[in-house]
Design a binder for this molecule. Structure first.
Ligand SMILES: *Cc1c(COP(=O)(O)O)cnc(C)c1O
Length: 238
């Protein structure tokens, strides 16, 4: 399968999942996850009309950002170490704001430049041990802290579901994220909150769309398999 065929099949499957869920096709944005793949493939996908690209390591993202020919929107979807925040620029959207120390560092860096960083709070909705994302019990405390950071503009929430064949288990994590986001919106703590739900990957984006995803992060279904296993590259951004 060529990149072009993969890409169009993913777009069709997203449209079909939207139709099945009774949602307009334009409701769901595709983020093409290009981690480990070369810049030539990013440019190839961009030439097909793809705008949003995701990387899980900030160093790889910044390298690709300066090498890519087309105008694209970058999303950092993997964990960010505080000592690498300096590599992050305000034109990138961060999907992995998962702890108070990162919020403080972001506030420090972007506040001092009079800039804003757009971010999503990442939540461990599946309650797996050692999984990235803030624990559900600690979500409110993190949200309250971030609400005091005027250099962080929170657009929505992000989660990674459990790698499971059980539809109910997978959908439960997505439904949990959706209800958390509704609560955030009701509390009105983030000005300009967009209710973004970044959830769903190659193996589960149809379920995520059924549960209200606005942004799906799809890698291997578009670019083919990676050398690292999905779990390694999703959870160990090094
Ligand atoms: C790698 C990755 C994806 C994409 O995974 P695929 O299974 O290849 O679609 C999505 N989200 C995160 C956080 C990732 O690290």
């Amino acid at each position: 399968m060529s990149l072009k065929e993969n890409y169009h099949r993913v777009l069709e499957n997203i449209a079909a999942a939207c139709a099945k869920a009774g949602r307009p096709a334009g409701d769901v944005h595709l983020i093409a996850v290009s981690k480990t793949h070369p810049v030539t493939l990013i440019d190839e996908a961009a030439a097909l009309g793809q705008v949003d690209f995701g990387e899980n390591r900030i160093a790889e993202l910044s390298e690709k950002k300066s090498a890519v020919q087309n105008k694209v929107q970058w999303h950092l979807i993997g964990q960010l170490q505080t000592n690498k925040v300096k590599l992050l620029t305000s034109d990138t959207i961060l999907h992995a704001l998962d702890r108070p120390s990162l919020a403080e560092k972001l506030q420090q860096q972007f506040g001092s430049r009079n800039e804003k960083i757009r971010a999503l709070l990442q939540v461990n909705c599946s309650r797996e041990p050692n999984k990235s994302g803030v624990a559900l019990e600690e979500f409110d405390a993190l949200a309250d802290l971030v609400a005091t950071c005027n250099a962080i503009e929170v657009l929505g929430l992000m989660t990674i579901a459990e790698d499971s064949d059980d539809e109910r288990t997978v959908r439960m994590a997505f439904a949990t994220l959706r209800s958390l986001s509704e609560r955030v919106a009701t509390r009105g703590i983030f000005p300009g909150y967009q209710n973004w739900l970044s959830m769903g990957m190659s193996g589960d984006f149809e379920y995520a769309i059924a549960e209200g995803a606005t942004h799906v992060r799809v890698g291997s279904a578009i670019f083919g398999s990676r050398l690292l296993s999905d779990t390694e590259s999703a959870e160990n951004p090094a």
